[in-house]
Design a protein around this ligand. Structure first.
Ligand code: DC
Length: 224
């Protein structure tokens, strides 16, 4: 069974997906982490500079990029730790440097092709909750359940700001809000697999919901 959770940046998709995976005992795959890992690789190998990607060089590097996950369980979540070429990069891929450049990397067709192929391979072997932007539209158009999650820009920026400050990053609210608006724009207007709601997706606007309320809302809609 595949449950696709798509939606805007920083709207809590991964919290929903991780909690759902724990609740249902499914594997959780955060596809945003895969685009983030490729972006980190670009930064480490000087293949990106202020949102300009050296496309041809990156194309040649693609076969040297290996992304893997380790599933980690705690009482609330089934989480995932992301590894880039065997090294855990979970912290690095969540920082502002990667966040500011990942949308550009995720517009590249050859990057998307490789990552979508990997995502389909995971599903061949597991019941899965997968979150991203194109899961219900492109990766698994026949997913058993599709949810499209959204919330206002202000609410999303505040949540993200709180998260980064708690991790000790030096960021301003304005910077975060601008990053979210810019990512929304790039994600929904790009040529390759733009962010859009699948026709058969169930929409969840969680601007005014607590985590508990949204989990109740979503679990009411899933029949195993
Ligand atoms: O969910 P996230 O914020 O970690 O995603 C990071 C970026 O990756 C986001 O700007 C859009 C892109 N992305 C994508 O294009 N397709 C996906 N399936 C997942 C993420």
């Amino acid at each position: 069974m595949i449950i696709a959770i798509d939606g805007h940046s920083s709207c809590g998709k991964s919290t929903i997906a991780k909690t759902l995976a724990k609740e249902l005992d499914f594997l959780y795959v955060d596809t945003g982490a895969m685009y983030r890992a490729v972006t980190l690789y670009c930064i480490q190998h000087n293949l990106i500079d202020t949102n300009q990607v050296q496309e041809e060089d990156l194309r040649h590097h693609m076969s040297q990029i290996s992304i893997s996950f380790q599933q980690v369980e705690n009482s609330e979540f089934s989480e995932q730790k992301t590894y880039l070429n065997g090294v855990c990069v979970e912290k690095e891929i969540r920082g502002i440097e990667v966040s500011n450049q990942v949308s550009v990397v995720s517009t590249l067709d050859f990057v998307r092709q490789k990552l979508v192929e990997m995502q389909r391979e995971y599903a061949a072997k597991n019941n899965m909750v997968m979150d991203g932007r194109d899961i219900g539209t492109v990766v698994f158009p026949h997913a058993d359940y599709k949810f499209f999650v959204t919330a206002s820009v202000e609410v999303r920026a505040q949540r993200r700001y709180n998260e980064l400050i708690a991790k000790g990053e030096q960021v301003s609210f304005e910077e975060i809000s601008a990053n979210i608006e810019k990512r929304d724009f790039i994600d929904s207007t790009r040529k390759e697999s733009p962010l859009r709601q699948a026709d058969d997706a169930i929409v969840l606007d969680n601007s005014a919901m607590t985590r508990k309320e949204q989990m109740e809302w979503i679990l009411q809609r899933i029949k195993i």
